[in-house]
Design a protein around this ligand. Structure first.
Ligand code: TRP
Length: 361
């Protein structure tokens, strides 16, 4: 029997995991608002997947604006990019009535839980994160910040606050996810097995793996972006068409899906199949006996046909920032309901005194 004085606090084990109003398993994911535009790799790799998951999961999709501070952005640029990222999520089909879309900084519990977790993270453990090592090697000036060092701890807090069963992220986040699991298990071992939910290590495969058009063995990514190798969702669609037409292709003339022997052509085929939502077989059959140039022209047209309506939708959202902010405010409210329960539970378990109720309230 429990005789714990706070056994009726919200967030106690009996209530863990499932919200009264939603029995779907939880997922959480996030993207940093560090760019003026998402690229096609984000769109096909993450966004379409998030949209697909919002039906069967109680999904929390976060604008990781606190994480974005690690690159020390200009304040106005950060604000603008945060809204632009939100607008792109919505234009991509994320539905604020089905999923919870919110800004990380609007939910104070993220920074608060991160502090507790940082007290349980080894200095060496954090130092072994390969992304930290890569990013700090690239940083000039004063070198890496403490924030960059503790970035994965904040990410663990993001995940654990929502009792997320699954975290749909790309391969590049695997190590951060493993740290999150280690921290969750450590907390449960020390403070009780139901202190936090250990998220599944399962990394959801992206629908299509998209590579740089000029360097088709490197992933299409914001940090490695070569000017002509990346398709930006919010830039001139004609420029994107040009980039497709000048994509690097492979020796030979035959159009085959063979990522090892023909990485360039295979990448174009993947993008084509993903954007037209057709099977690879189907697409390869369409181009049988035709030349690389045909594929490029066809893909350029498809890209333009996707970008134009997407940009129109984004512009509609950006034209009404008050509405956009209202959507984020609603999301933050729902996020806070869940996150605050977890934080209360963890604060209690680690031995922090519950704030006494004021005699006047
Ligand atoms: N680090 C992630 C990235 O760069 C973004 C992120 C922050 C995230 N917090 C998260 C992803 C929590 C998943 C879950 O892609």
């Amino acid at each position: 029997m429990r005789d714990h004085p706070h056994s009726n606090l919200p967030g106690e084990p009996a209530m863990m995991g499932i919200m009264a109003d939603d029995a779907r398993p939880r997922i959480l994911s996030g993207m940093q608002p560090t760019q003026d535009s998402l690229h096609l790799g984000n769109y096909l790799g993450a966004m379409t997947q998030w949209v697909a998951l919002q039906n069967d999961y109680d999904a929390f999709y976060m604008l990781a604006d606190l994480h974005a501070l690690t690159v020390n952005p200009e304040p106005a640029a950060l604000r603008e990019r945060t809204r632009r990222t939100a607008a792109q999520y919505l234009a991509g089909g994320l539905d604020p009535d089905r999923a919870t879309l919110f800004a990380q900084s609007h939910v104070a519990a993220h920074a608060e839980l991160a502090w507790v977790l940082s007290c349980h993270t080894g200095y060496g453990e954090a130092g072994r994160m390969t992304q930290f090592k890569d990013k700090s090697a690239k940083r000039g000036g004063d070198g890496p910040s403490v924030g960059l060092f503790t970035y994965p701890v904040l990410m663990a807090a993001d995940i654990l606050l929502y009792d997320a069963a699954l975290v749909p992220v790309g391969e590049d986040q695997r190590q951060h996810l493993e740290l999150t699991r280690d921290l969750a298990e450590r907390l449960n071992a020390r403070f009780g097995p139901d202190t936090v939910v250990v998220p599944s290590p399962h990394i959801v495969r992206s629908i299509a793996k998209i590579y740089d058009l000029q360097n088709p063995t490197a992933k299409m990514s914001k940090s490695e972006a070569s000017a002509k190798g990346t398709i930006w969702l919010l830039k001139d669609p004609q420029r994107a068409a040009k980039a497709v037409k000048s994509a690097v292709t492979d020796d030979g003339a035959e159009i085959l899906f063979d990522p090892v022997a023909k990485p360039g052509v295979s990448n174009l085929l993947s993008i084509y199949a993903a954007l037209t939502q057709r099977s690879m077989e189907d697409v390869v059959a369409e181009f049988e006996g035709r030349q690389y140039g045909h594929l490029k022209v066809a893909l350029a047209d498809v890209v333009v046909d996707v970008l134009i309506p997407f940009q129109e939708k984004v512009n509609t959202f950006l034209a009404d920032p008050a509405e956009l902010d209202a959507i984020l405010a609603r999301g933050a409210e729902r996020a806070r309901e869940v996150a605050d329960q977890t934080l209360t539970r963890v604060y209690d378990r680690v031995g922090l005194l519950p704030p006494a109720r004021s005699a006047w309230s």
